[in-house]
Design a protein around this ligand. Structure first.
Ligand code: HEM
Length: 431
């Protein structure tokens, strides 16, 4: 652990798994910093990802349980996800016939966003739907702008000297308002079509149901809260998941022997006459291990999402004032040679019991979904999406590097989520 002064702020970096787990288990270390950026995104303690305090606790508890109930374990959700995977495979098939290489980028984002949309609004929109395209643009542009304005975290005083325009704030506001307008339309449609006494069709219904329960938390009476949590499911859910899928495809192309072994396993368990389903998971340990190691290696949140102490406190004797920044250094843990046999490589064996070959879902050194009270509430949803997309893509296509391309030669985006910029691969449909 060490601390440094970044701009006007004190930042503490937690460098080991035990430091991260013990700090994040403490309630006073689970707030978000009270700075312009977090206030802007939480619109006054709303939502979950940027919020803190009592409202955060009530909304987070609800989100976690609603995602469990609505999640991809349910037949309707699996159906939606399979339709989306089918459309993506179709697109890859057409594109692979048109040119030698296929771009791995936007198509995957759209598919994952559409699945998240199914979870939130219970319906599927086509890849060409104009409103959906605009919504996706606004969410992604908002994330990009938030990343480029991150300087405000360390130098909030800039707001006093520079016009908002130079810091991208008017555009951020516009993106936020456009996503909220679209979500408001969908919420209004839900209010009209909901049937009393019927089970919730999706996350929006579940929220509206909660609001009618006696003794519900007052934050459920606030419609802006509903729009905020819906928008967050895209920003905090779809983007990390699609970035991880794009990384995983890249790693599989760079490691053909791992890809072939995973594909052989699918062939022997599922064959090629039907799609891979979530229920096949227990029979595909090698594929699951390859995916889990891709999550570790892709490290999309290398220093997590900032925490801040809600009161003056100390960690291991170091005094940490209220509202300073606490960064968990996930990258360091995921690349620690004392924890991982081959930290810089894709190694499914990291996750396989050497005696039985069984998949071991949790082991020391893995903190990709964080730890403690802020741990990612969408982990199960994310894992279902990763499995379903990657299993079906590997079943149907062979991904390889084009001539002149080589391992590690891919540009990354910087920001809240570190993903690969769109890149091209040779994509061969398997017969
Ligand atoms: C590969 C996929 C994913 C990864 C690696 C991931 C990782 C993370 C991490 C590291 C955090 C920060 C936790 C902290 O502050 O300590 C987080 C928070 C969060 N994630 Fe995920 N996530 C993924 C997918 C998802 C999905 C699919 C959803 C929703 C459907 C989701 C919803 C959220 C939310 C709402 C938060 C904020 C929680 C809070 O502040 O209390 N995530 N995630």
């Amino acid at each position: 652990m060490f601390s440094l002064r970044a701009g006007t702020e004190l930042a503490v970096v937690l460098n080991s798994e035990s430091a991260i787990r013990s700090a994040f288990a403490r309630p006073e270390l689970c707030a978000r910093p009270d700075t312009f950026m977090f206030r802007f995104f939480s619109m006054g303690e709303r939502g979950v990802a940027s919020a803190s305090g009592e409202r955060w606790e009530a909304q987070r508890r609800f989100m976690h349980s609603a995602l469990g109930r609505m999640g991809f374990g349910r037949p309707r959700m699996e159906e939606l996800m399979q339709e989306e995977v089918g459309e993506l495979c179709q697109l890859f098939s057409e594109k692979s016939k048109e040119s030698e290489t296929v771009e791995i980028g936007r198509d995957i984002n759209v598919s994952v966003v559409n699945c998240t949309w199914g979870l939130v609004a219970g319906e599927r929109r086509s890849h060409g739907d104009e409103k959906m395209k605009d919504f996706l643009y606004c969410v992604q542009r908002g994330i990009e702008l938030a990343s480029t304005s991150a300087v405000l975290l360390f130098a909030p005083w800039l707001l006093r000297f520079l016009p908002e325009r130079l810091l991208g704030i008017p555009e951020m506001r516009e993106m936020r308002d456009r996503t909220h307008d679209f979500l408001q339309e969908v919420i209004d449609e839900h209010k009209e079509s909901r049937q009393e006494g019927e089970p919730a069709r999706d996350f929006i219904d579940a929220f509206l149901d909660e609001k009618e329960k006696p003794g519900h938390h007052e934050s459920f009476d606030d419609e802006l809260q509903l729009k905020m949590v819906c928008a967050e499911l895209f920003a905090a859910g779809a983007e990390p998941t699609s970035a991880t899928i794009r990384w995983a495809i890249r790693f599989l192309a760079e490691n053909p022997e791992v890809q072939e072994k995973a594909r052989d396993e699918i062939e022997s368990v599922v064959g090629s006459h039907r799609r891979v389903e979530l229920s096949d998971k227990p029979d595909l340990p090698y594929l699951r291990a390859a995916i889990q190691d891709a999550v570790r290696l892709s490290d999309i949140h290398p220093v997590g999402i900032l925490h801040a102490p809600s009161e003056d406190t100390d960690i291991d004797g170091l005094r940490i004032p209220k509202n300073s920044f606490v960064f968990p250094n996930f990258h360091r843990v995921h690349r620690d040679p004392s924890l991982w046999e081959c930290p810089e490589e894709l190694r499914p064996e990291h996750w396989l019991d050497p005696a039985t070959g069984a998949f071991v879902p949790q082991r020391p050194g893995f903190v990709a979904y964080s730890s403690g009270r802020r741990r990612c509430p969408g982990q199960e949803v994310g894992q279902a999406l990763l499995f379903c997309f990657l299993a079906n893509l590997v079943q149907r296509f062979e991904f390889s590097l084009a001539e002149g391309d080589s391992a590690g030669k891919v540009e990354t985006s910087m920001g809240v989520v570190v993903g690969p910029r769109p890149y091209r691969l040779v994509v061969k449909e398997r017969s």
